[in-house]
Design a protein around this ligand. Structure first.
Ligand SMILES: O=C1O[C@H](COP(=O)(O)O)[C@@H](O)[C@H](O)[C@H]1O
Length: 601
């Protein structure tokens, strides 16, 4: 049963809960705790789904707090509470109240929540993202016995762990820690069985993976030996090696699901170590409400006391294999990757997360091939990403002198014109990065050596790409049918999505979108100003290893839905933009709003 309450109070919500219970014929007995989730409008659905699944094991009252402080001074000055009370149905034996706190009330969530807590039952607070700096001192956090954060859901997970260590109070925990429970139990059992003295340890796992850091910290804290943290290609944690006087104890998991445990003198064993869902992690956390001393010891051990190792050998081998496969796929007739979709709550978070993703992709490409080729896009999405890149915490970890920057399209205007994609990119980030000037490849300007001859300018850019493709050796991608020149295999090619489904400057129905022989074309009479442009062609876009399509905002929702369901690139150019290894659609909630369920799932 659902009851919607507008402009309400905690008292009326309590009365509605009683009413709903009576109507359902089920008294509020048997509920073991109150779980308070502090989230935002975009993420509350996923968090609530995970909590509802977890509450099947622990019947709970779930209070979801969504703060909506308002944008204008007038909105901020008012105070209103709306609520949705749900009893029965998907909530099982538990009950859920979704609380929307508008205006000034957003700053007083604790006074709304306090009267709604189950009497004499423990309180668990969960921030799926954006926790306060000091969870135990937060007015809502102070109401709880247990406070759950998730370092994996932050821009800089390692920095987040440092924050958790500094603010730790008994009752704090983090889902990045819960994710290592199975690893810890298998390793502890192996050590119990073997009884050998460990002299050093290595933890291999993805970069920006806080669970790998916590596992390494736990080993260092418990074993009192040097522990090396080595980066691998993931997913998640990929291996733990414990050196003992009798040989290495190894727990290796290459696929995120099944691990192999090797103990000296024993046959290898397979161990199920799958990456668990958020619902499973929350269920585990709800099982134990006492302070977790082991977590305290690990998180406070000190990240700087871990030894930072080189990229794992295994990753180099895997990268070589992946490269060989990708090269095979790029041969004429090679495969294009089907679209994958990532949805972020809003355009700001989308830009920040994509900047972090881009940094990782560049570092990975450089580790595998020594350099990275990235093709940039103009437009709102592209510029927001570049602005986020300028602020991204990981940007200093990139060797920018080994990055080649290209453009997917350009407005054919004089050098420095504010409408040129190159000018906008320079202002957003390029001037602030230590790039090697000879590796920045803007498309020619309308007042350059080719004058106003856009075809000659396009040809010159095609020649520059072909030269770089030659330098890249066998990794270079072929554009067109193989006769029209080559382009480097862009490690990441970024594309904005136009509301009419155009990508780069390839517009629906325009002759440029049908080009198959050339890699770069001059575009005249574009439907979007300015009318004269230069663009990579679809075959050149499709030579990329990874194509990332960016779309944020309501005005992109229809285009995204069309492109992800349409077949003819001549009418829906974005449908034709695919990479060999990955085609990634990166959307915000608004742009994803019209995707059919079949595409989203
Ligand atoms: O004109 C252009 O538009 C597209 C999309 O831009 P947006 O502002 O609608 O996101 C962009 O991808 C392209 O590079 C640019 O030249």
């Amino acid at each position: 049963m659902n009851i919607d309450l507008t402009d309400t109070t905690s008292g009326r919500i309590n009365a509605a809960l009683v009413r709903a219970r009576r109507a359902m014929g089920s008294p509020a007995v048997g509920m073991v705790l109150t779980l308070v989730i502090v989230t935002d409008e975009g993420s509350h659905y996923d968090a609530l789904k995970a909590a509802s699944d977890a509450s099947k094991e622990h019947p709970s009252r779930i209070l979801v707090v969504v703060r909506r402080p308002g944008r204008s001074p007038r909105d901020r000055a008012m105070a209103r509470l709306d609520a949705e009370v749900r009893v029965g149905g998907e909530t099982g034996t538990g009950e859920t109240v979704l609380l929307r706190l508008h205006g000034e009330l957003a700053n007083h969530a604790h006074s709304v929540v306090l009267p709604l807590l189950l009497p004499d039952a423990p309180v668990v607070l969960w921030w799926p993202a954006d926790p306060p700096e000091y969870p135990s001192k937060d007015p809502l956090g102070a109401l709880a016995q247990r406070r759950i954060t998730d370092a994996a859901e932050t821009e800089d997970p390692v920095a987040a762990l440092r924050g958790r260590a500094a603010s730790y109070a008994p009752g704090d925990t983090d889902l990045a820690w819960t994710r290592v429970t199975l690893w810890r139990s298998v390793l502890a059992a192996a050590l119990d069985q073997k009884q050998a003295r460990v002299t050093r340890a290595v933890v291999e796992g993805e970069e920006y993976n806080p669970s790998s850091e916590l596992l390494a910290l736990w080993l260092a804290d418990r074993l009192g030996v040097p522990v090396e943290r080595v980066l691998s290609g993931g997913p998640g944690i990929t291996a733990v090696r414990l050196a003992t006087e009798e040989g290495d104890i190894c727990l290796e998991r290459g696929d995120g699901s099944l691990a192999t445990l090797s103990v000296p003198g024993q046959p290898d064993r397979s161990v199920a170590l799958h990456r668990r869902s958020t619902a499973e992690l929350i269920a585990e956390e709800l099982r134990r409400l006492d302070p977790d001393e082991t977590y305290a010891g690990a998180v406070r051990f000190g990240l700087d006391r871990l030894v930072r190792g080189q990229v794992a050998q295994v990753e180099a081998v895997e990268a070589a294999q992946a490269q060989a496969q990708a090269e095979a796929a790029r041969a004429p007739g090679g495969e294009q990757a089907p679209p994958q979709i990532v949805v972020h709550p809003d355009k700001e978070r989308m830009a920040r997360a994509t900047a972090a993703r881009l940094i990782t992709a560049i570092v990975d490409a450089q580790a595998a091939r020594g350099r990275a080729h990235v093709a940039l896009t103009g437009g709102r999405g592209g510029n927001a990403l570049l602005a986020a890149l300028a602020q991204a915490p990981g940007r200093s970890g990139v060797d920018w002198s080994r990055v080649d920057l290209w453009w997917g399209d350009e407005r054919f205007l004089p050098e420095g014109d504010p409408d040129r994609n190159h000018t906008q990119a320079r202002e957003a980030v390029l001037d602030a990065l230590p790039l090697e000037p000879s590796r920045v490849h803007p498309m020619p300007a309308g007042d350059g050596p080719h004058g106003d001859d856009v075809d000659a300018a396009a040809e010159a850019y095609a020649a520059e790409l072909a030269a770089a493709a030659g330098e890249s050796g066998p990794g270079g991608g072929t554009g067109g049918d193989g006769t029209g020149g080559a382009v480097p295999a862009f490690d990441v090619l970024l594309l904005g999505l136009g509301p009419d489904t155009h990508v780069a400057s390839l517009f629906p129905g325009h002759p440029a979108v049908r080009e198959t022989g050339r890699t770069v074309v001059g575009v005249r009479r574009a439907p979007k100003p300015p009318p004269t442009r230069i663009s990579l062609t679809l075959p050149a876009l499709r030579a990329a290893r990874e194509v990332w399509l960016l779309a944020a905002g309501e005005d992109k929702a229809e285009a995204a839905a069309d492109a992800l369901t349409a077949g003819d690139p001549a009418r829906t150019p974005a449908a034709g933009a695919r990479g060999h290894e990955r085609t990634l659609w990166i959307l915000d909630e608004k742009a994803a709003a019209r995707l059919p369920e079949s595409v989203r799932s």
